[in-house]
Write a protein that binds this ligand. Structure first.
Ligand SMILES: [Zn+2]
Length: 441
């Protein structure tokens, strides 16, 4: 069982995290007409969040039934919801609220992890933290759309509408868990002549990330879309490092420059499976032929199997200095970018979080706010995995995450719990009932 100090526990149990979110929701100005609102903004957001936390779109409905029968429910006891809104009421309130008001909660949880020394373990080089960025599409429709929707016109004259966001996530090559940050919507705004795009959203994201974490050494990790001079200069001007994929076809000038060298520094590491990891690198090469082109450090990585065949290769440009001691670790950092796809987006889409489930599109902010509540629930679960021994015990005991949450959902449908710890205790004490559940699953 991982060691946890009293301090860590104090900051990172469910109740203190939930309280932090409640406190933030209480500060958000409610612009609705007083007297006509049955449900508070807090109750609407917290009910929506609880659905995502338990990965159950019909949670509010079931808890409302419990409330009618028992005069209380888990939404009241665990999430401090005073009155449970109906789906349409919940969507109305959430649709009207600007997504940016939720930003402080992401910073707050990051700070709690930092104080609990959890962030420190994400350091991939002295003083450097990897933050991988990528765009994610979480809503697509041929008909439903709003002013913020991105649109794509097809040759047959039909149009597809999308909602997307630029997500940034702190990660470490050796860790499964990731620390999500507040994303930046890729969305159209009133009066803009051109559609919003991933690059512009990334710039806004980086600016806000620096403001949130001014003293943190951050290396932005991204795909080939970002390894262009304006983006590189933008990252550097915000005192961050970068580690971007550099595809051969996108950087012909730089590649010609590199190929002009007779030999380049190289490091080869053999692993226990008999494979070779070969790193070829060079510092300070011009990215383009332009007069003021940024000078970048270039690394090429090749994975060679025991038969001598290259089974994987990739190359990146970075501002971090490459040498015999750093090159392998930097390439490892670059390679762990897949985690944002796998551990973050794939989990949100396919591991029970219903990211693409249609909770409704809304007219203003519903779509992005629902994405944020989903991400926040994922954040809670990541924090539990990083810091909470009781949760880790439950997870180990049930084997799979899917089964664990299935069991939590069954429990809260039939029993009312005073605390989240009681839910976990019940799960552990009722392990005799689990084989039955496995049979029917
Ligand atoms: Zn829309």
């Amino acid at each position: 069982m991982p060691r946890t100090s009293v301090k860590t526990k104090k900051y990172l149990d469910f109740n203190s995290l939930r309280q932090g979110f409640s406190d933030l929701l209480e500060t958000i100005a409610d612009h609705r007409v007083p007297g006509r609102c049955i449900h508070s903004l807090h109750d609407a957001f917290m009910s929506g969040f609880a659905c995502m936390f338990f990965q159950d779109p019909s949670l509010a409905h079931f808890q409302k039934r419990l409330e009618e029968k028992e005069n209380t429910s888990n939404l009241r006891t665990l999430f401090k919801v005073t009155t449970i809104p109906k789906d349409t009421q919940l969507r109305d309130v959430i649709d009207q609220t600007d997504s940016q008001v939720l930003r402080p909660v992401f910073k707050d949880y990051f700070e709690r992890l930092r104080r609990g020394k959890q962030v420190e373990s994400f350091q991939f080089m002295p003083g450097q933290y990897l933050c991988a960025i990528d765009g994610v599409y979480y809503f697509t429709s041929e008909n439903v759309n709003c002013k913020q929707c991105l649109s794509k016109k097809h040759k047959n004259n039909s149009t597809t509408y999308h909602h997307a966001t630029l997500q940034g996530t702190f990660m470490h090559p050796e860790k499964r868990q990731v620390i999500p940050t507040m994303p930046e919507p890729i969305a159209n705004t009133d009066g803009a002549a051109k559609q919003d795009c991933e690059i512009n959203a990334a710039k806004r994201y980086i600016k806000k990330l620096t403001a949130d974490h001014p003293k943190l050494g951050i290396t932005i990790v991204g795909d080939g879309l970002f390894s262009k001079a304006p983006m590189i200069e933008y990252v550097l001007s915000h005192n961050m490092n970068y580690l971007f994929v550099a595809k051969l076809n996108d950087h012909q000038y730089m590649m010609d420059w590199i190929e002009a060298y007779d030999t380049l520094p190289q490091v080869t590491v053999s692993d226990s499976k008999g494979r070779k990891h070969r790193y070829t690198y060079i510092n300070q090469v011009p990215l383009t032929g332009q007069k003021d082109a940024p000078l970048v450090n270039y690394v090429h990585y090749a994975l060679i199997n025991e038969k001598g065949r290259v089974t994987y290769k990739n190359s990146w440009v970075t501002h971090l200095e490459l040498n015999h001691n750093t090159v392998a670790q930097i390439a490892k950092g670059a390679r762990c970018r897949w985690k944002i796809e796998n551990e973050c987006f794939n989990t949100l889409k396919n591991q029970g979080y219903h990211l693409e489930h249609n909770f409704g599109h809304g007219k203003k902010h519903l779509s992005h706010n629902m994405y944020l509540l989903t991400l926040l629930a994922f954040f809670f679960h990541q924090i539990f995995e990083l810091t909470d021994p009781a949760y880790q015990l439950c997870r180990r005991s049930l084997g799979s995450k899917r089964l664990l949450w299935e069991t939590f959902r069954v429990l809260i449908r039939y029993f009312i719990f005073a605390t989240w710890n009681d839910v976990m205790l019940k799960l552990m004490s009722g392990r005799g009932g689990i084989p039955l559940l496995e049979k029917t699953a």
